[in-house]
Design a binder for this molecule. Structure first.
Ligand code: FEO
Length: 388
């Protein structure tokens, strides 16, 4: 991957990972990006996942041979990027480790040392020159951990954005869906809770002239159009704004009756002019994809059964994923099923009691075992309310 004549890609692609960060399926693999700056001093941005240390060292050697590395900048301490710090420190004993104060505390916890004799602690606004390039460090707390810094190359006008603007998928596999889909699933799933912190970072970045964004996952954003689009998407996602008009329906169904109601509602919504209806079976489809859709569209319908005086577990799990990511500014509707004492709607509504700016639809559809003329009429009323 070409960055510039003197900023070289030394990252790796992971096609073995089963679940990224222990929970996300990544059918197109994952990239752990790392960048080497070949200046009067040599500088490397971030290490890679523990399984790819040898490949990463080989990538560095392929660029500089046995030459020294003077600085390792650690922008983020999550192990997908930090796992090889100790190995790097041993391989390049004269290198200085550059990171935030909090990152060094984490290094001590991970590796038993905070490199007190060979470190440079940087804070927001500090700079480091390697000769031609001067790097300015920008604090980006909680995008995605508290110790994160991002780095602006004031010479080449490149933003090294850590997890920000990252994407699921290895860099050697073309993603037929383009950047948005897996960048959105990545952002909502991994950083989604930290909208205000991401907004703060966007505000800092807005004052910079940026020719290129180099994230720690996924492709480099190299054109003005790509950068403007990604920044616009990040602004929408981190402000919890609606990205796409339409309805997301997430459901669980034990014997198919709740599913039947969901499919009927989808048909009604489309017939009444709803521009898009995205449906997820929470027991069978990818949950992070359903979470992504809930944040993407302005309206959400949750359909589930009453179960053990509560709701079906996959739905409880799903709503937890929404509320813990500060789900807000949305319209939410409920379809409940129950063969003797339906109460799923009440349980689901209560789960949003601390969520901001949620409008609940007046029409709650109650199914007693299977659809009836009465519940079908209620579905129609709900469809009308949703497209209103
Ligand atoms: Fe890619 Fe938060 O680590």
């Amino acid at each position: 991957m070409k960055i510039t004549d003197d900023i070289l890609y030394v990252g790796v692609n992971d096609h073995k990972v089963d679940l990224f960060e222990g929970q996300y399926v990544v059918p197109r693999g994952m990239a752990y990006n790392s960048y080497l700056v070949k200046d009067e001093k040599t500088l490397v941005f971030d290490t890679v996942d523990r399984n790819f240390g040898d490949e990463w060292f080989a990538n560095i050697k392929a660029k500089i041979g046995e030459g020294p590395v003077d600085y390792l900048v650690v922008q983020h301490m999550e192990p997908d990027h930090s796992a090889n710090i100790a190995a790097f420190a041993a391989a390049y004993p004269k290198a200085t480790i550059v990171a935030s104060a909090q990152a060094f505390v984490m290094m001590k916890n991970f590796f038993g040392t905070d490199y007190a004799d060979r470190r440079l602690v940087v804070k927001d606004g500090d700079t480091l020159s390697t000769g031609k390039h001067t790097f300015a460090f920008v604090a980006a707390p909680m995008v995605h951990w508290p110790e994160v810094i991002v780095t602006y190359d004031t010479t080449a006008k490149i933003l090294f954005s850590a997890d920000g603007f990252g994407k699921f998928g290895a860099n050697d596999v073309e993603d037929p869906e383009g950047w948005d889909c897996e960048a959105r699933r990545y952002y909502i799933g991994i950083v989604g809770k930290y909208g205000p912190q991401t907004q703060a970072l966007l505000k800092k970045a807005a004052g910079l002239e940026i020719n290129m964004i180099c994230p720690l996952h996924g492709p480099v954003l190299a054109t003005a159009e790509e950068i403007a689009h990604a920044v616009k998407q990040y602004d929408t996602w981190s402000s919890y704004s609606v990205e796409t008009p339409g309805v997301c329906i997430a459901y669980t169904s034990v014997y198919g009756h709740t599913k039947e109601a969901v499919m009927k509602l989808k048909e009604l919504l489309l017939a009444k002019g709803c521009p898009k209806v995205a449906v997820s079976d929470l027991a069978r489809d990818d949950q992070p994809e359903a979470v992504e859709d809930a944040f993407r569209y302005g309206k959400l319908v949750l359909a589930t059964t009453t179960y053990n005086m509560n709701i079906f577990p996959w739905m409880r799990h799903f709503i937890d994923h929404l509320t813990e990511r500060n789900y807000q500014n949305r319209t939410v509707a409920f379809i409940e099923n129950g063969s003797w004492m339906p109460q799923a709607a009440k349980v689901m509504r209560k789960m949003f009691e601390n969520s901001k700016n949620i409008t609940f639809c007046e029409n709650v559809v109650t199914i007693k075992s299977a659809l009836s003329a009465e519940s079908e009429a209620k579905l129609e009323a709900l469809a009308d309310e949703l497209v209103k």
